[in-house]
Design a protein around this ligand. Structure first.
Ligand code: HEM
Length: 525
C-alpha cells in the first residue's frame, strides 16, 4: 500500500514537472504546435504546450483533419469532432449510447447526483420535474420580475454612478454579480445582493463557482490517477476546490435560512399549489429528503443560470464594441419602443435629471435583430465551448470512424463556429444577419438553424431547459444597457484572453468606461 502510494507520488511528480515546463515554454509561443503521440503521455504534452490558446488549438486540429481527430492522453482515448453529421448521431439519433459516464460526477463532484451529472432514469425524472417548474407561469413571471428588479435597483444606478464619475470598471465583474443575483432570486426568493447601487460586497461565492469550473477543466486533461492523488494530498488546484465547496455549501445554507425567515411574506405570491419559488417545488418532495442531494441540486440551478449568462454577456459587449454598425442597427430597432415609452413614461426610471428607459421582457420579444446578435455571440463564443460524452458500447460514426466502449467524445462548439463548410466563408465575422430571413411583411424574422450546427444550448434530448428564460433575460438587460449607455472598451483584442475553464470566460475581465447616452429619439447613433 505504502509502496503503491510512493509510486503514484513519483509518477505524478514526474508528469507534473514535464507539464509545468511545457506550459512555461508554451507561454512564449502563440502558434499551435502539431501534436505528437508520445509514449505514455500521448497528446498531453501538445495540449499543455497549447493551453494558452486551447480552443484555437482544437480548431486548428479539427480543420486540418477535416472535422474528426483521434487523440490519446495517457490511457484515455478521445475522439474529437466538429462534424455536424456525427454531432446529430451522438446527441440525437443514437444519444442513448453517448452518456455523461462514470467519471463525470467525479469531475463535477459538487453537483453529483443531479440532472447535470447523471444519465438514465435519474436524469429523465429530474429533467421532467425541471421542465414543469421552468415552464410554470408563476416561475416565468417571477423570473421576469427578478430580472427587471435587478436592472432597476442594481445595474442602472451602478452604471449611472460610473458614468457620472468617469470611473473605469470591470464589466465582466458587474455582469457576473448581476447574473448571480438574478439567478438566485427565483430559486430562493432572496436577493443575495452581490450587485447593489451602494456597495459591492466580496464575491467569494462567484469565485467558488468559477473555481469549480476551472478545476473541472484541468481534471479532464490530466490523467485521473494524477488529479485523484493531488486531491488525496490536497495540493495544487485540488486544494482550492476544498475551500470552494465549503463556500458554496455555506451559501446554500445561508440562503435557505434567510428564505425560511421570510416565509410568511411569500405566501401572497404563491401559485395554486402553494409554490412560491423554485426551491418550494423541492421542499416536500421525498426524493430530495437527502439534504446533500438537495444542496447539490440548488448549486446546479445556480450554475445553469448564472455561469452561462455571466459568460455570454461580456462577449456580447465585446462584439458590439468591435462592430459599432451592429450596435446602431440594434438601437434603430429599439427606437419605436423607446419612443412610445417616452410619450407615456410608464416604464421609465427617473434618476436625478436622467430619463432611463427600461425595457420590459414583453417589449423585447419584438427585438429580432438584438436576438440575432445574441445568437451570433453564442455561436462564436459559446459559454460551454466543449461537450463531452462517454461511449457506452462500440459504434461506427456516420463519418466512418469507429469509437470504442469507454472512449471520450469531445465536440468542440468553438471550432464548429469557425468552419467554413458549416458557416460559410465569413464564418469568423460577427454578422447577426446570418440568423435572419425576410418575413412576409418585409421585416426580419429568425431563420431556422439546425441544432446540430449550433450547439450553444446543446441538441437532442439533453437540450437546455432554460433557453427561453435565458434569451428573455439577456435581451431585457442588453436592451436597457445599450439604449441608455455608450461604452468604451479599454483593452484591445490581445488583452481579452480566455480562461482555462469549462466555461469560455474572459481571463482578465473586460475593462470599460460608460457614458450616459443622449437618448433623444432622433439620435440613434
Ligand atoms: C446563455 C444561456 C444558457 C446557455 C448557453 C445554456 C446552455 C446549456 C447547455 C449547453 C446545456 C447542456 C449541458 C450538458 O448537459 O452538457 C444546458 C442544460 C441545461 N440548462 Fe442551460 N443554458 C443557458 C441558460 C440556462 C438557464 C438560465 C437555465 C435555467 C433557468 C438553464 C437550465 C438548464 C437545464 C435545467 C439544463 C439541463 C438539461 C438536461 O440535462 O436535460 N440554462 N444548458
Amino acid at each position: 500500500m505504502a509502496l503503491s502510494f510512493l509510486q503514484e507520488l513519483l509518477t505524478s511528480t514526474l508528469v507534473l514537472s514535464v507539464l509545468i515546463s511545457l506550459y512555461i515554454r508554451s507561454k512564449r509561443s502563440n502558434s499551435p504546435q502539431l501534436p505528437i503521440d508520445w509514449p505514455i503521455f500521448g497528446m498531453l504534452p501538445a495540449i499543455v504546450f497549447n493551453l494558452g490558446n486551447f480552443h484555437e488549438f482544437l480548431t486548428f486540429l479539427l480543420s486540418t483533419s477535416r472535422h474528426n481527430y483521434k487523440a490519446r492522453i495517457a490511457s484515455i482515448r478521445f475522439f474529437l469532432t466538429s462534424d455536424p453529421v456525427n454531432v446529430r448521431h451522438i446527441l440525437t439519433s443514437n444519444h442513448a449510447n453517448y452518456l455523461k459516464g462514470a467519471e463525470f460526477p467525479e469531475i463535477f463532484d459538487v453537483m453529483r447526483g443531479t440532472f447535470f451529472t447523471t444519465d438514465g432514469e435519474s436524469w429523465r425524472q429530474q429533467r421532467a420535474k425541471i421542465q414543469s417548474i421552468l415552464s410554470s407561469p408563476q416561475i416565468l413571471s417571477l423570473t421576469a420580475k427578478c430580472c427587471l428588479h435587478k436592472i432597476e435597483q442594481g445595474l442602472v444606478p451602478f452604471l449611472i454612478r460610473m458614468a457620472r464619475t468617469s470611473t473605469p470598471f470591470d464589466m465582466n465583474d458587474v455582469i457576473s454579480r448581476f447574473a448571480f443575483d438574478m439567478t438566485a432570486m427565483p430559486i430562493f426568493s432572496v436577493d443575495p445582493g452581490q450587485l447593489s447601487s451602494s456597495h459591492m460586497p466580496s464575491v467569494d461565492v462567484s469565485i467558488a463557482m468559477d473555481t469549480v469550473m476551472e478545476v473541472a477543466f484541468y481534471r479532464q486533461i490530466v490523467p485521473a490517477s494524477c488529479w485523484k492523488l493531488m486531491r488525496r494530498i490536497k495540493v495544487g488546484p485540488e486544494c482550492k476546490i476544498v475551500r470552494a465547496h465549503m463556500v458554496l455549501r455555506g451559501f446554500i445554507a445561508e440562503m435557505v435560512e434567510r428564505r425560511s425567515k421570510m416565509e410568511g411574506q411569500q405566501k401572497q405570491e404563491a401559485d395554486d399549489d402553494g409554490h412560491v419559488d423554485i426551491l418550494s417545488h423541492y421542499l416536500n418532495d421525498p426524493y430530495y429528503k437527502d439534504q446533500d442531494l438537495l444542496r447539490a441540486k440548488l448549486i446546479t440551478y445556480m450554475v445553469a443560470g448564472r455561469d452561462t449568462i455571466s459568460t455570454t454577456l461580456p462577449w456580447v459587449l465585446y462584439n458590439l464594441a468591435r462592430n459599432p454598425h451592429v450596435l446602431s442597427v440594434i438601437r434603430n430597432e429599439m427606437t419605436p419602443i423607446a419612443s412610445s415609452k417616452t410619450s407615456y413614461s410608464t416604464t421609465t426610471c427617473s434618476q436625478a435629471g436622467t430619463i432611463i428607459i427600461i425595457f420590459n421582457p414583453d417589449e423585447t420579444k419584438a427585438l429580432v435583430y438584438l436576438h440575432a446578435a445574441l445568437l451570433e455571440t453564442l455561436r462564436l463564443y459559446p459559454p460551454i465551448p466543449l461537450e463531452r460524452k462517454t461511449v457506452a458500447s462500440s459504434d461506427v460514426l456516420p463519418s466512418g470512424h469507429e469509437v470504442h466502449e469507454g472512449e471520450i467524445i469531445v465536440i468542440s462548439l468553438y471550432a464548429m463556429a469557425r468552419m467554413k463548410d458549416i458557416w460559410g466563408e465569413d464564418c469568423l465575422e460577427f454578422r447577426p444577419e446570418r440568423w435572419l430571413s425576410e418575413s412576409e411583411d418585409g421585416g426580419g424574422k429568425l431563420r431556422y438553424v439546425p441544432s446540430n450546427t449550433f450547439l450553444a444550448f446543446n441538441s437532442g434530448p439533453r437540450m437546455c431547459l432554460g433557453k427561453d428564460i435565458a434569451i428573455m433575460e439577456m435581451k431585457t438587460v442588453m436592451a436597457t444597457i445599450l439604449w441608455n449607455f455608450d461604452f468604451e472598451m479599454l483593452q484591445g483584442p490581445p488583452a481579452v484572453e480566455q480562461k482555462l475553464s469549462v466555461l469560455l470566460q474572459m481571463k482578465n475581465g473586460l475593462m470599460v468606461k460608460v457614458k450616459e447616452r443622449d437618448v433623444s429619439i432622433n439620435n440613434t447613433d
